[in-house]
Ligand binder design. Structure first.
Ligand code: ZN
Length: 325
């Protein structure tokens, strides 16, 4: 359940979309009618037909013949309108409001049920309560610099080659999102670009209108604890709800949080629920798979290690390299 704040924000956004679609249609009509008078006449005749249809329904009797005549005229008018638009090089629906969601015409309602577009808006609004890192725009795929990764290494694959593969995978993940709910596990030491690439994915995915949330493991646990014990500072419960339901959750720094019952319960709930509901998560961790096993319960470790696609980060600490330059 979303809070009333989230619902109201989503409804406001919906009504903005609708007003914008109607305003666009009005502007297009004004402009076109000034150019092509016949289009204005067609619209007037169409609406006159509509009024006639209304009167006919009230008059009773046997209106079948009259009805057929009206609908024939209507079709002819619509055809003429379409032909004129075509001659002008415009699509046949050019005079209709360009609704964001044609299904519900931006009302949020289809046959008395909540439209999927409104549900999506609520998820986006709920995820706004989550912490968004500053300078998100600095972290793009294009600013990810592979030259920091050595082309020579101990193993058969150099860190440079390894990271090229990681980068390719991250790009394709972002491009094909929601990827059937695939989840990624970024593993590797500090300073190898895990946060950079997770944020690059986050900003690409967010551009598609999906609800993306970013949080660290410790922050998530703190919020869950405050919400549970009634020390909610206003949006902690919302934050946790957003972490459960957003389309993509970035859970940073797993393994650096204080261990304990609350940590174990919160992490399992978020990770397990998202897996069951096929919502993608990207976890980044300095812990190796072996260390994940040692640190977490069997059921949590196996959820992550069996269900996430692992991406091992290689190389030498980039922050250190930058600092030494
Ligand atoms: Zn809709």
């Amino acid at each position: 359940m979303y809070s009333s704040q989230v619902c109201e924000a989503a409804l406001r956004q919906l009504s903005r979309r609708r007003s914008q679609a109607l305003a666009t249609a009005d502007a297009r009509r004004d402009e076109l009618f000034a150019r092509v008078l016949r289009l204005k006449e067609i619209e007037q005749q169409l609406s006159a037909q509509g009024a006639q249809l209304g009167r006919l329904a009230l008059s009773g009797g046997n209106p079948a013949q009259k009805l057929a005549e009206i609908s024939r005229k209507n079709l002819a008018l619509q055809q003429e309108q379409e032909d004129i638009l075509k001659q002008l090089g415009l699509p046949s629906d050019y005079l209709d409001p360009p609704y964001f969601c044609p299904l519900c015409q931006d009302t949020g309602n289809v046959d008395g049920k909540r439209c999927a577009c409104l549900t999506a808006l609520m998820r986006v609004e709920a995820s706004k309560a989550l912490r968004a890192p500053e300078h998100l725009d600095d972290y793009t795929f294009d600013t990810f610099d592979l030259s920091y990764y050595p082309t020579q290494g101990d193993g058969p694959v150099s860190p440079h080659q390894q990271m090229q593969a990681v980068l390719n995978k991250c790009r394709s993940f972002a491009e094909s999102f929601p990827c059937n709910g695939e989840s990624l596990l970024f593993v590797g030491r500090t300073g190898l670009g895990k946060t950079h690439l997770s944020l690059a994915i986050a900003s690409e995915v967010a551009k598609t209108g999906a609800a993306v949330a970013y949080t660290s493991a410790q922050d998530l646990i703190d919020r869950a604890e405050r919400a549970k014990f009634g020390r909610d500072n206003g949006n902690d419960a919302e934050f946790v709800q957003g972490a459960l339901t957003c389309d993509l959750l970035i859970l940073d720094d797993l393994g650096t949080e204080f261990p304990g019952q609350m940590a174990a319960v919160t992490l399992f709930q978020v990770i397990n629920t998202r897996l069951l509901e096929r919502r993608s998560t990207i976890i980044s961790s300095n812990l190796s798979p072996q260390e994940l096993h040692e640190r977490y319960s069997e059921r949590l470790a196996s959820r992550i290690l069996c269900s996430y696609s692992p991406l091992p980060f290689a190389g030498n600490d980039i922050r250190l390299q930058k600092a030494m330059k």
